[in-house]
Design a binder for this molecule. Structure first.
Ligand code: ATP
Length: 237
């Protein structure tokens, strides 16, 4: 079953055509990664899925229902959870408060409590520090809290913007192991990621976005160490 369908999406900021006709499906239980250089339009696509940016044309569907004009809140209630690049956690609140805040809006409190338990199992470092302020967490721990919080609503679709950003390789091992665990338990994930080798290992399908145009990579694992690929798809020498 196709959970998310993006069809011929165009996004412009004044004269800047940031996304130029992107079509992308995410199957239920699948992991889709979008790689690409800075300014390619990756965050714009995720913002459109979340309902934070006005689309010029195109449609976005969730479980077959068109959500293109839905508010971000309605999309969240329909099962889309977003982990922004900035992590978006509340530093002055404790880790427990950050997690329970995400549960506030949910009708199913028991489900939320069970999911908070599940998030703490997935990220034990949070369980050990529940009453500490989130501002004391390291970058990797903040990312774990941001993902753990997004999971509180038991979302049908987890959307992550650059989870590896600013994190040391040793931290990334743990983070991507957790994401792989989520994948293996059947979660549906759409992730934007500049770390191509991590993205390729995690995802079922990898797309390259350049200049607002999307291209499916057929055998991305063969390309990871290829300098020509890096130059073409990531703008790296
Ligand atoms: N609010 C905005 N107003 C004007 N231009 C914008 C706005 N947001 C993004 N852009 C432009 O749209 C293009 C795509 O930006 P976007 O942030 O989607 O790319 P990205 O691939 O996520 O880049 P990065 O990896 O640097 O975050 C860029 O040229 C950017 O400068």
């Amino acid at each position: 079953m196709t959970l998310l369908e993006i069809a011929d999406l165009h996004i412009s900021y004044g004269p800047v055509d940031a996304v130029r006709g992107v079509t992308l499906d995410v199957e239920k239980g699948g992991v889709v990664a979008i790689v690409g250089p800075n300014g390619a339009g990756k965050t714009s696509i995720l913002s459109a899925v979340q309902g934070l940016v006005r689309t010029r044309s195109g449609t976005i569907r969730l479980r077959g229902a068109e959500i293109t004009d839905w508010s971000p809140e309605r999309r969240a209630r329909a099962g889309i959870a977003f982990v922004p690049e900035s992590r978006g956690i509340f530093g002055s609140l404790s880790i427990a408060e950050n997690l329970s805040l995400a549960a506030c809006a949910l009708a199913e409190k028991a489900t939320a409590a069970a999911q908070i338990e599940r998030s703490l199992e997935l990220f034990p470092v949070l369980a050990d520090r529940l009453n500490q302020r989130a501002s004391v967490l390291s970058g990797g721990e903040r990312q774990q809290l941001a993902i753990g919080r997004a999971l509180v609503s038991s979302p049908d679709l987890l959307v992550l913007d650059e989870p590896s950003l600013g994190l040391a390789p040793v931290i990334l091992d743990g983070l991507f192991a957790s994401l792989a665990a989520l994948r293996d338990e059947g979660r549906t994930i759409l992730v934007v990621e500049q770390n191509v080798s991590r993205a390729v290992r995690l995802a079922d399908h990898v797309y390259s976005l350049r200049g607002g145009l999307l291209e499916r990579l057929e055998n991305p694992q063969d390309l990871v160490g290829d300098p020509a690929f890096r130059a073409k798809h990531l703008g790296m020498e």
